[in-house]
Design a protein around this ligand. Sequence first.
Ligand code: ADP
Ligand code: ADP
Ligand code: ZN
Lengths: 251, 251
Amino acid sequence: SVTPEEVQESIRSIKRKIAVMSGKGGVGKSTVTALLALSLAKRGEKVAIFDADFLGPSIPRLFGMDNERLNISEGRFVLPESRIYGIRVLSIQFLLPEKETPVVWRGPMIIGVMNDLLAKTDWRGVDYLIFDLPPGTGDAPLTLMQSVRLDGVVIVTSPNDLTSMIVEKALNMAKMMNTHVLGIVENMSYFQCPHCGERSYIFGEKKSRRLAEKYGIEVIAEIPLDPDLPRIADAGQIESYDLDHFPDFSF
Amino acid sequence: SVTPEEVQESIRSIKRKIAVMSGKGGVGKSTVTALLALSLAKRGEKVAIFDADFLGPSIPRLFGMDNERLNISEGRFVLPESRIYGIRVLSIQFLLPEKETPVVWRGPMIIGVMNDLLAKTDWRGVDYLIFDLPPGTGDAPLTLMQSVRLDGVVIVTSPNDLTSMIVEKALNMAKMMNTHVLGIVENMSYFQCPHCGERSYIFGEKKSRRLAEKYGIEVIAEIPLDPDLPRIADAGQIESYDLDHFPDFSF
Ligand SMILES: Nc1ncnc2c1ncn2[C@@H]1O[C@H](COP(=O)(O)OP(=O)(O)O)[C@@H](O)[C@H]1O
Ligand SMILES: Nc1ncnc2c1ncn2[C@@H]1O[C@H](COP(=O)(O)OP(=O)(O)O)[C@@H](O)[C@H]1O
Ligand SMILES: [Zn+2]
């Protein structure tokens, strides 16, 4: 397997490396990763996404790349690009026989493959690399924070105490690993009924503001529940989503 | 650390052992685990829950047991019981200094602790043991299916393609490990607006029926989005939830 120096050498040319994490699954981490990538790509940046959620890869589906394969040129992986904005995607799914195949791997296997993919991919021309991390604070986030000097991490949460409590573990992990927290994205903040226009706070209300104050960080965005998102995600057309929830995001 | 025989010996007295898994995080696996436990406890069964989601334990919060500790008697762990129905809970959270402390463990550590807790807990008198599994198909579900002869597994999903695709990996894992699938619970099926009574299918519609047909399994329950659930979960009072979504569940 590859050495940490080989990983560092391979990713040296990338200008910015950030990770999107949560600790809690299902809060919309992959969706936020895709929307963040889209916002940066629309400004003319060259963006790549590393779908590091090996056990539940969903980035390929969002971009309609379910059936892509990884090509090799001059001994390095060449990443497929999204249809409209040319966002490059690296996902374990491109190495699986079928997308329904479970990756039933123990931790050490995940670490080895992650470092392999980082070292053997051609990252030339990439301005931003965004890592979509799996839920939890286990092997994948740990390996990443140890192998890669991240410029920052974006934390995704939903507006309730239970989720905030688990997301706090991810915040504390980032602090322990001296990784800069760029801010919090609160997702599924409320639901606006399409029939009568009333708002319902299904998962709770404004809990992320408290979390942000406690840790002295910024709330980057509050994204409401939007039935268009699962619909266009299922159709593989996240690039057609018009709203930009990250117009001022930069660092 | 303990041997597989010691684990088998310790859990031998438990009548039924089932796991609740999903593959995808945030679909409501812990909530469904708690509601299933409640349904069985209300029928007079003695129920225990093993919160095997080490990186994001949420069962203690649901039952208002955030500040519980594990006691030891005659060299074995004695589990705390819930206030109203005496549901016993085993969670890594009871061993952590604070609930915001992240468990930043690699796979092998999780496996060791899991087998330790199974072997060293006093399970006498327990009719049903329900495992709440973490998202993914990694170390924890793998260890469980190898160490414990499960009577069955309940799969939790939400009504959209992306989630179904990842949940399918969990279904295939159960098949690979010869673990019987008891059925599918579709959660967050729709939202009924409290103001005008109209239904919105925020995450999609009826996708789980297709999944169930494809694998020849039953849909055990379809649970709508209910703002009471996050509210009473945050308050630690899941036992006060009146609706029983599992009246006919038995095996
Ligand atoms: N703001 C939102 N409104 C509606 N659905 C959303 C929103 N954000 C995410 N979703 C949906 O919720 C589910 C979980 O999102 P996903 O990005 O896969 O979460 P994670 O990566 O945290 O597991 C997906 O079906 C996705 O389409
Ligand atoms: N049917 C439901 N209606 C409303 N909120 C729900 C429902 N099921 C779960 N939730 C909420 O969704 C979040 C995720 O649920 P949880 O049980 O923690 O999922 P998982 O264990 O799959 O990560 C929690 O805030 C929970 O309160
Ligand atoms: Zn309405």
